[in-house]
Structures are given as structure tokens and as C-alpha cells.
Design a protein around this ligand. Structure first.
Ligand SMILES: Cc1cc2nc3c(=O)[nH]c(=O)nc-3n(C[C@H](O)[C@H](O)[C@H](O)COP(=O)(O)O)c2cc1C
Length: 246
């Protein structure tokens, strides 16, 4: 007979709550899982910002699949959580490694980890390019240095040295007609969004909420749904929720 062998019949260890002691204690998800994970996602996201124990509470690890099928992961910032649409938004260079990966395989997985409150959220789903207005609005809210950097950097491409990179930034400033002395002194600087830079929307097809429990008896639940594409957006069918073993 395969599987795990049963212990001696004489040994009985009733797993009452008392016998479990502290095991499993800690934060837990509601007994009756809510229909949608998005209100809890929003509450945890806002909570992480309120506490601000982590300098970047909106940081998430984003995994993509390269055109040759290899996975790659890096940290990006989640700049919008669109509860109503059911997606989140991050901004990046469309021609960098992740940008090219997402053009070849427009699906991604992301994970937030808030260490101070022992919570993790995992998201998976298809990815679309943000509408231009969403990218423009965010781009124009950035400091001029970041806007210049978006023009100057060919993200993920090699460069000979740090000095060569700084020269490239100076050269780009000149090309864009930016007076660096005026910029540094705080004068407003107009820089349009480069066409190779903008947002991606990651649509919620699967969302998992995780909270830490004593003895590694964590509480996990995953919500999944079917998404239907219409133009550049997705709409979701009803969620199906499942509690998972840790
Ligand atoms: C805290 C943190 C936040 C970051 N935020 C972003 C971001 O929002 N967008 C971005 O393109 N890169 C961001 N980066 C840099 C990426 O991790 C990565 O180095 C860069 O995007 C290039 O990745 P790629 O070569 O896989 O495209 C961030 C890095 C850290 C550590």
C-alpha cells in the first residue's frame, strides 16, 4: 500500500484545540470567505500604507515569462489599485526586459509581502497596456529627474560605466532642451512622456490572501474567476473562493 504508513494503533493523540496549544493562532481570514477578495485586498493595501512600516508598502515582486519561456522576477511599485475594474497598475519601460516579456506573454504574477503584519497577497492574471491618459497622468506627477530618467535609460540594456550612464542623462537633457541649472533651482520643467514608457494593468484572475499562523499553520484562501476580454479591458465573472492548506 502506498502513501504514508499509519502509526501504531495504541498511540492516540487527539488534536483538540487544547493539544494544539498556540498552533494556528494569529490573524485569520473570515470563516465564511467573502464573495470577492477585492475589499480585503484594499483593506490590507491601505493598512500597509497607514502603518508605513515599510518605506515602499506598494512594492510588489512581479514575475513574467521571457520570450524564450524563462521566468524572471523583479520589484516594481503598484501605483493604482483599481477596485472597480479589478486590476492593479505599475509603470515601467515598455522596451526593457519585463516590457518585452509582457509583449510576448501578456500574463504576470505579483506578490506583496507586508512583513510587519505577517500578510502576503498573490495576484495572477493577464496584462494589458494602460490607456495613454493613465500613463500621462502618472508621468506628469513624477519629479523632473524621474521624467528625464525615463527618456535617458534604455532599461535593461548594458552600458560601459556609471560615468557613461550619467553622460547619457546629460546628453538627453540637452536634446530635450532642459536647462539643468534651472531645473535644480526648482523651476518647473516640461517633459512629455516618452512613447516607450507607461503603465501596465494586471487584471485579477486569481487572488490569494495569506496570513501567518503559529506553527506555520497559516491561513490561506484563493479566489479565482474567469475573465472576458473586451478591447483593452477585462471583465470578471463571479469569484469562486477556496481555503487552502498552508
Ligand atoms: C523598491 C523598488 C521599486 C521599484 N519600482 C520600479 C517600478 O515601479 N518600475 C520599474 O520599471 N522598475 C522599478 N524598480 C526596478 C526594478 O526592480 C528593475 O530593476 C527594473 O524595472 C528592470 O527590470 P527588468 O530588466 O526585468 O525589466 C524598482 C526596484 C525597487 C527595489
Amino acid at each position: 500500500m502506498g502513501g504514508i504508513a499509519a502509526g501504531p494503533a495504541t498511540v492516540s493523540l487527539p488534536m483538540t484545540t487544547r493539544a494544539l496549544g498556540e498552533i494556528g493562532q494569529g490573524e485569520s481570514l473570515p470563516d465564511h470567505l467573502p464573495k470577492s477578495p477585492i475589499p480585503l485586498f484594499r483593506a490590507w493595501f491601505d493598512d500597509a500604507h497607514r502603518r508605513r512600516w515599510q518605506p515602499n508598502p506598494n512594492a510588489m515582486t512581479l514575475a513574467t515569462i521571457d520570450p524564450d519561456g524563462r521566468p524572471s522576477a523583479r520589484v516594481v511599485l503598484c501605483k493604482h489599485l483599481h477596485d472597480d475594474l479589478g486590476c492593479l497598475v505599475f509603470f515601467t519601460n515598455y522596451n526593457g526586459r519585463k516590457g518585452r516579456a509582457l509583449q510576448a506573454n501578456p500574463r504576470a504574477a505579483a506578490v506583496f509581502h507586508w512583513d510587519d503584519v505577517d500578510r502576503q497577497i498573490r495576484v495572477e492574471g493577464p496584462v494589458t497596456v494602460s490607456p495613454p491618459a493613465e500613463s500621462d497622468d502618472y508621468f506628469h506627477s513624477r519629479r523632473w529627474e524621474s521624467r528625464l530618467g525615463a527618456w535617458a535609460s534604455d532599461q535593461s540594456e548594458p552600458i560601459a560605466s556609471r560615468e557613461a550612464l550619467l553622460n547619457k542623462v546629460r546628453h538627453t537633457a540637452k536634446q530635450l532642451g532642459i536647462d539643468l541649472a534651472a531645473a535644480v533651482s526648482g523651476q518647473p520643467i516640461e517633459i512629455d512622456r516618452p512613447p516607450h514608457w507607461g503603465g501596465f494593468r494586471l487584471w485579477f484572475e486569481s487572488v490569494e490572501l495569506w496570513c501567518n499562523g503559529v506553527g506555520r499553520i497559516h491561513d490561506r484562501a484563493r479566489w479565482t474567476r474567469t475573465l472576458t476580454k473586451s478591447g483593452d479591458t477585462y471583465s470578471g465573472g463571479p469569484w469562486s473562493a477556496t481555503r487552502l492548506q498552508p
